[in-house]
Design a protein around this ligand. Structure first.
Ligand code: PLP
Length: 395
């Protein structure tokens, strides 16, 4: 009766194990003030433009004349058009509104979009990786190939590793996430172009997760894969307002499905959404629209700057302490090499017990994450600085 693929999922011990260890430590040391540099959620509130839009939308819902029931499964035109204008046209990218599918976030879409793929497609993911790509493909029974991303290769997976996969004649889907969770590293235009060229030459499909594009600080780093010539023929792109504008609780994102893809993914995704999805709430979409107003843009940027200031302070302080630090320049994540060949979990324990600071062990994101921990910039300035001081004092 059940889908046996689900039995192949490993229990994801990572966050449960972190919580268990933190609880146990708290029980032993009730006075210890623990600070988490491991949180993947945001801490700053919604910006005023978004809050105002939410209030306004709620008021509309209270009056019969402006009440909205079911909306279009693909998203309201006001939001699809704002996305096209601001995220694509403004960057010189030609995307049509009917290639934008508004969703309740990138997690569900990166998982659900795979329904359009055959079960025998081979799936390539980076290692370390956002665990959702792996687990959602295990649920579908697909073969998964891991592409190691290490300090030696600059955390950039190598396409040649995939050439052997093409020989078996099956479809190939490559998941890329840049700026990357968990390593916080980015792909330059020329590096991303190599992947687009590879996909075009090998009839592969790229799933490009751009959930963290708003954190990019350097002008030459691409925000969208469609900045690369030919990408509309080989890539689907996922976006999220969660980290961009603090929408982790509001829920809104979107997926770009170009009509130029070699298979009818655009019409099939539309068909799938019309069957299985009843749209993102009107309130969430009005809230997302507000991000694209002049005030919204400026306010959202201010919050991102707040987090990126944390990232800067963390990078500097940890580097001064002698740690090897990656990422954190165009992403809210720092990938820190553990000292003295400690394992990720040993270093986690040391940080917790010596500095009362929580981090995320890199090995939880895949075998190549061993020897690293992930730190996030989503805390407050005060806590971030306090945590760094404690680490420095315990070294
Ligand atoms: N993609 C990546 C790489 C993420 O790290 C996350 C959240 O942590 C998501 C997608 C999920 O985004 P959403 O909140 O839009 O579902």
């Amino acid at each position: 009766m059940i889908n046996k693929n689900f039995l192949n999922l490993s229990n994801n011990y990572l966050f449960a194990e972190i919580a268990r260890k933190v609880q146990a430590f708290k029980a032993e040391n009730p006075k210890a003030q623990i600070i988490s540099l491991g949180i993947g959620d945001v801490t700053q509130p919604l910006c005023p433009a978004v809050v105002e839009a939410l209030h306004k939308a709620a008021d509309e819902m209270a009056v019969a004349a402006t009440f909205r029931g079911y909306g279009p499964e693909q998203g309201y035109d006001f939001l699809r058009n704002a996305i096209v204008e601001n995220d694509f046209k403004a960057r010189g990218i030609d995307i049509d509104a009917d290639e934008i599918f508004v969703s309740d976030g990138a997690k569900s879409d990166t998982g659900n979009f795979q329904e359009l793929l055959s079960a025998d497609c081979v799936v390539a993911v980076t290692d370390p990786v956002y665990p959702v790509y792996v687990d959602s493909n295990i649920m579908a029974g697909r073969r998964i190939v891991k592409l190691p991303c290490t300090a030696e290769n600059g955390f950039i997976p190598e396409a040649p590793l995939l050439s052997s996969l093409k020989e078996d004649g099956k479809g190939l889907v490559i998941f890329l996430c840049y700026p990357n969770n968990p390593t916080g590293t980015v792909l330059s235009r020329s590096e991303l172009k190599k992947w687009v060229d590879y996909a075009l030459a090998n009839d592969a499909l790229i799933f490009y997760d751009a959930a963290y594009e708003a954190f990019i600080q350097h002008d030459d780093i691409p925000h969208s894969i469609y900045e690369i010539e030919g990408a509309k023929r080989c890539a689907v792109e996922f976006h999220s307002f969660s980290k961009t504008a603090g929408f982790t609780g509001v829920r809104c994102g979107y997926t770009v499905v170009p009509k130029d893809l070699p298979a009818p993914f655009n019409s099939l995704w539309n068909r799938r959404q019309c069957t299985k999805f009843n749209g993102t709430s009107y309130l969430s979409q009005r809230a997302a629209e507000a991000i694209y107003t002049p005030e919204g843009k400026q306010q959202v940027k201010a919050t991102i700057n707040y987090y990126m200031e944390n990232a800067r302070v963390m990078r500097e302080a940890l580097t001064d302490m002698g740690f090897k630090v990656y990422g954190g320049e165009d992403a809210p994540y720092l990938w820190v090499s553990t000292p003295n060949n400690m394992t990720s979990w040993d270093f986690f324990d040391w940080m917790l017990r010596s500095a009362y600071v929580v981090c995320t062990p890199g090995s939880g994101f895949g075998p190549s994450g061993e020897g690293f921990v992930r730190l996030t910039a989503f805390g407050t300035h005060e806590n971030t600085e306090k945590a760094l001081l404690r680490i420095a004092n315990r070294l």
